[in-house]
Design a protein. Structure first.
Lengths: 166, 198
């Protein structure tokens, strides 16, 4: 609650800060960027609406047990690989992703597998790619970035296995 | 009214002319179909009340993040406007080396806000001369090390121990991802350029 407020303050403070710099460059710079930002916002809102309002339905029909069942402690590298696929396939926002991770931990999932799941979800959950990343960024960059990220959940799981944490 | 087609195309389909962005109709349709199917499944399982419950909860969530989306768009637009292009391409461009990747990663880690800030700002960096490698380092760093999501969601849901170790283990990943991106990029695209010139 207070963390969200703090983030809002930092966020709008940053907007005010860069806005002030733009205003110092001249009023036309300020109005031009205000207009561009607003146009971006108007174009993005329908996509965000579909994503945020729709993700509840997608999350509601995917049974969490299906995903957590893949992440057992003795599942080894196959478990890590399925964790990566599960992370990419998890719909919904951070509440869904982290809740599934927490349930998997509580249900006896292996920490390296859960770690791989959380990192894979953070790196390339399909819904975030489609609804957030592609609308804002060139599609070529998004797919390139996702492809380049594929080794890293595995690397993180390997580090976790090596150091025995978390 | 000499060029009606051109004018309306520019207004309807392209978010901004000259901006490196494509219409994304197919991904919207894909998600739309998925959402529609899921809503029907929820309706058959839980009835109209189940559908309405999810709708009201997610509408509230949507209303809550809208101002942040606006803040993110404004932040991206301001940054694109005020960052000196030559300086950005020197410190985050293709020949910026490890330092460029580190700057990108540090920038991603301190960036406030959620996806509504990270992606517009990353897009602005690309537009003003950052290369794929540094931008990948920034996006990956935001998603793995950035404090916004960790503080707001991961700490309360996953617990402190898991979250802190997850972040520690993730520390080297943004720079590695950026380096791998750069490594792959220079090998993919010179080939293409050679093929075109032959």
């Amino acid at each position: 609650m207070s963390a969200a407020l703090l983030i809002d303050i930092i966020l709008w403070g940053s907007v005010a800060g860069v806005g002030f710099i733009a205003w110092q460059r001249g009023p036309s710079v300020l109005t031009a960027s205000l207009r561009e930002g607003t146009v971006d916002f108007i174009h993005i809102v329908p996509r965000i609406a579909l994503g945020v309002i729709g993700s509840g339905y997608i999350a509601a029909v995917i049974p969490q047990e299906v995903i957590t069942g893949w992440l057992g402690p003795n599942s080894g590298w196959l478990g890590v690989a399925t964790a990566v696929v599960a992370g990419a396939a998890t719909p919904g926002g951070p509440v869904v992703g982290f809740s599934i991770g927490a349930v998997a931990l509580k249900a006896g999932g292996g920490p390296p597998q859960v770690l791989a799941y959380v990192i894979a979800w953070a790196l390339f959950a399909f819904q975030r790619l489609l609804l957030w990343e592609i609308p804002f960024m060139p599609a070529r960059f998004v797919w390139f970035r996702a492809a380049v990220s594929i080794p890293f959940p595995f690397l993180a799981a390997a580090i976790a296995m090596a150091i025995g944490k978390p | 009214m000499k060029e009606p087609a051109q004018a309306s195309d520019a207004a309807e389909d392209e978010p901004r002319p000259g901006h490196a962005r494509k219409p994304v109709g197919w991904s919207m349709i894909m998600i739309g179909v998925l959402v529609g199917l899921s809503a029907v499944l929820v309706w058959r399982r839980d009835g109209l009340q189940g559908v309405l419950d999810i709708l009201t909860r997610d509408l509230a969530l949507f209303g809550g993040i809208l101002p942040r989306v606006l803040a993110g768009c404004l932040l991206g637009a301001f940054i694109a406007e005020i960052l000196p292009h030559d300086k950005v391409s020197r410190s985050l461009g293709p020949s910026s080396g490890l330092k460029g990747l580190l700057i990108g990663a540090a920038f991603g880690a301190i960036l406030p806000g959620g996806p509504f800030t990270a992606y517009p700002v990353a897009s602005a960096l690309l537009a003003v001369g950052a290369d794929f490698g540094a931008t990948i380092a920034m996006v990956v760093s935001w998603t793995l090390i950035g404090y916004g999501r960790a503080v707001a969601w991961e700490l309360p849901i996953m617990g402190t121990d898991f979250t802190l170790w997850r972040i520690v283990i993730s520390l080297p990943l943004p720079v590695l991802a950026g380096a791998l991106g750069r490594f792959v990029y220079v090998r993919m695209y010179p080939l293409k350029r050679e093929a075109e010139s032959e």
